[in-house]
Design a binder for this molecule. Sequence first.
Ligand code: TYM
Length: 332
Amino acid sequence: MKRIFSGIQPTGNLHLGNYLGAVKNWVKLQSTYECIYCIVDMHAITTFQDPKKLTQNIRDAAAILIASGININSSILFNQSRVPMHAELAWIFNCIAKIGWLNRMTQFKDKAGKNREKASAGLYIYPNLMAADILSYKATHVPVGDDQKQHLELTRDIAISFNDSYGIKYFPVVEPLIIGEATRVMSLRDGSKKMSKSDNSDFTRINITDSKDVIASKIKKAKTDSLPVPESITALSGRLEAKNLLGIFAALKEVSLEKIIKDYGGGTFSVLKEDLAECIISELVPVSSEIKNLQNNREYLDKILKDGATKAEEISKPIIKEVKEIVGFLVA
Ligand code: TYM
């Protein structure tokens, strides 16, 4: 059986990178897979979050996901901290994953930066919790953006190591689903940096909730170079900003990069930018207005997350019971 699991951090400013690298694909996959989508609030607190803002961000993330097309009747949507199995399995995985594996994680190095000694222990072992999120449901496929690839390799290593240590083929070895032409959306101001929630400048990203005018002005001001739009895939080499805009456009239109290059190659960036802005606006502005409707209905959002957690727990509870038995804990 194929089962999808994926997660998103409720840390505010969900952006076009999250949308194209993850959410848009999550929506599409619902027609072919059983899907479990999680707002990972326990991951969020690996760096300090203001409690009131965190609560708000969890509800906002739920509103964004539902407004984008997550179908709460066919998929499960919940916030991580409501289902205790994630933390329980994470502990077991803390005892499986090797320190050497964690030391290789580039995201920890990026996030901890020079202040490594002051980073939380949670930030360091975060990939083990991510493996636990996925394997609490024995999920087989995980749709993510390119930046999560290394974490999913660790999830595979943990599953294999657990199975080998206990001599049982228990956990599936998950397949990452890194889909489309915008698996790594870059900053609008610097094509070598990932578009990110935490960048100080709001002009580096398109937020899912940006207004029509804000989107138009951010795309207009997006960095490009002085040459015409590249005319072939090979001509993209070294032209990071052009590549980023073309990739975003292709992903939004659900066509290949080649097709967008065929349509715009050799032309001016101003024409490309005008059409791109219009395309982003027509995709995101209807989502934004639905988000606002949902945000006015707090009780509805809270009930969806609570009901989702009940369904998630029904799946993960027997799995974690079996895992405890495999490990030798006394559960009877
Ligand atoms: P997070 O919250 O940073 O991002 C959520 C999803 O958005 C994708 N993404 C991007 N895709 C393309 N371009 C970008 N600039 C960009 N920025 C973010 C991410 O790849 C991700 O798919 N650790 C995860 C959350 C998580 C998770 C999980 C994911 C926790 N448990 C289990 C999958 C399975 C994270 O911090 O994602």
